[in-house]
Design a protein around this ligand. Structure first.
Ligand code: GLU
Length: 434
């Protein structure tokens, strides 16, 4: 039951791993849900659904290392909500992956998929491993064993993984092959983000960055911020940050600062983005690039710029650095880069935040196109894919913008209002069974 202050009374205490007092990504997500509850009307009756993942699987992933020893890794697959369709969301390989993080990422997938109205629930997976320390053979054995272990949950109409941090087309190819071998038939639609030769989609690799750019341009139009000449700071220069930086630079913006795990670069005249992309491809990071000065990691946040794109990991913009941010607009390429406290600081400073759950939805949107193409065995041209992507992102963003104006709330709360209404309406219509 919802009380008048908008908080929700829980009829039964939450299991310990769902407890919001353990702040971290899952606690951050729960705070976001609490903010939206007062706007859900009669659907608020179902809101507890969003506070408990439907299904959590924790698996042991043993592999034989090249030196003959046996190593064990912890793997997860969380299906947060399946009300609107099969589970959908990436798989992350990172040494800091935790269950709480994967739970939050799965929940943000539910919100994101509903926000852009693709017919999926939300899911996410991960392995607690530093993949850079593994040989190719070890990485393949890890991926295949993990896929087998989560095989009871995934499937083209059940739950469809995709790339996320430190996973790529090769890893998706191994996942697709392992699942296919186990079921005895090639099932290309079990994962998305595959190489194009294996049922992957044109435009999928660039899709998240293209979506970031698309919503950025829409928001810039609405707020009267010219992209031509705008200064950009980008954290994370991988698939998402690198593509977004390139598209903004092509549109006349100046990328003045970039940061990744290898360092922070600054050039007030704008970095040469194609040269930096080539450097990152060759060396694995931005560090050591000749065309810029190196600044401290902390100074990155205070750089003079109009647009800031966090496109790395969650929890990067915190109460400690939010006050320094000079940008007029923050476009969240990463999932969960801003803590709730930092969100409030940015809001009070008048910084417009384009939240992850809409801003980075371009990736899963083209994943949806890939899955549809796999089912129909009919593949579209890249122009067709990009045009459809842009249309979906523009329409979804316009809808969220309208709700934000109507209720005088942040774009994050507005996106949650749109998405939670869709999810909980589906939940209500389906009813409880058994
Ligand atoms: N990992 C991406 C995300 O966080 C894409 C997920 C997908 O394509 O299923 O949105």
């Amino acid at each position: 039951m919802q009380n008048l202050s908008g908080s929700v009374q829980t009829n039964h205490p939450l299991p310990s791993y769902l407890d919001a007092t353990h702040l971290g990504p899952w606690g951050n997500y729960l705070q976001q849900v609490d903010r939206v509850t007062p706007y859900l009307g009669s659907l608020a009756r179902w809101v507890e659904t969003l506070k408990r993942p439907k299904r959590i699987l924790v698996v042991d992933v043993p592999i034989e290392m090249d030196n003959g020893t046996i190593a064990h890794f912890e793997g997860y697959r969380v299906q947060h909500n399946l009300s609107r369709g099969p589970g959908k969301g990436g798989v992350r390989f990172h040494q800091d992956v935790t269950l709480s993080e994967v739970m939050a990422l799965s929940a943000w997938m539910s919100i994101k998929n509903a926000a852009v109205n693709v017919p999926y629930g939300g899911a996410k997976g991960g392995i607690r491993v530093d993949p850079k320390k593994l040989s190719m053979g070890e990485l393949e054995r890890l991926t295949r064993r993990y896929t087998s272990e989560i095989g009871l949950l995934i499937g083209p109409s059940k739950d469809i993984p995709a790339p996320d941090v430190n996973t790529n087309g090769q890893i998706m190819a191994w996942m697709m092959d392992t699942y296919s071998m186990n079921v005895g038939a090639t099932a290309t639609g079990v994962v998305t983000g595959k190489p194009v030769d294996l049922g992957g989609s044109l435009g999928r690799v660039e899709a998240t960055g293209r979506g970031v750019f698309t919503v950025g341009v829409e928001a810039a139009k609405l707020t009267g911020l010219p992209i031509e000449g705008a200064r950009l700071a980008v954290q994370g220069f991988g698939n998402v940050g690198g593509t977004a930086a390139k598209l903004f630079a092509d549109a006349g913006a100046k990328v003045v600062a970039v940061q990744d795990h290898t360092g922070t670069l600054f050039n007030s005249n704008g970095l040469d983005v194609p040269a930096l992309l080539a450097h990152v491809k060759a060396t694995g990071g931005v560090g050591g690039f000749a065309g810029a000065d190196t600044i401290s990691n902390e100074d990155f946040w205070g750089v003079d710029c109009e647009i800031l794109i966090p496109a790395a990991l969650e929890g990067q913009i915190t109460k400690d650095n939010a006050g320094k941010i000079k940008a007029k607009m923050v476009i969240e390429g990463a999932n969960g880069p801003t803590t709730t406290e930092a969100d409030d600081i940015l809001h009070d400073k008048g910084v417009l935040v384009l939240p992850d759950v809409i801003a980075n939805a371009g990736g899963v949107t083209v994943s949806y196109f890939e899955w549809v193409q796999d089912f129909s065995s009919f593949f579209w041209s890249e122009d067709e894919i990009n045009a459809r992507l842009v249309r979906i992102m523009q329409e979804a963003f316009a809808g969220v913008w309208k709700v934000a104006q109507e209720h005088k709330v942040s774009l994050r709360t507005a996106t949650f209002i749109v998405a939670c209404q869709r999810i909980l309406h589906a939940r209500e219509m389906r009813g409880l069974y058994p």
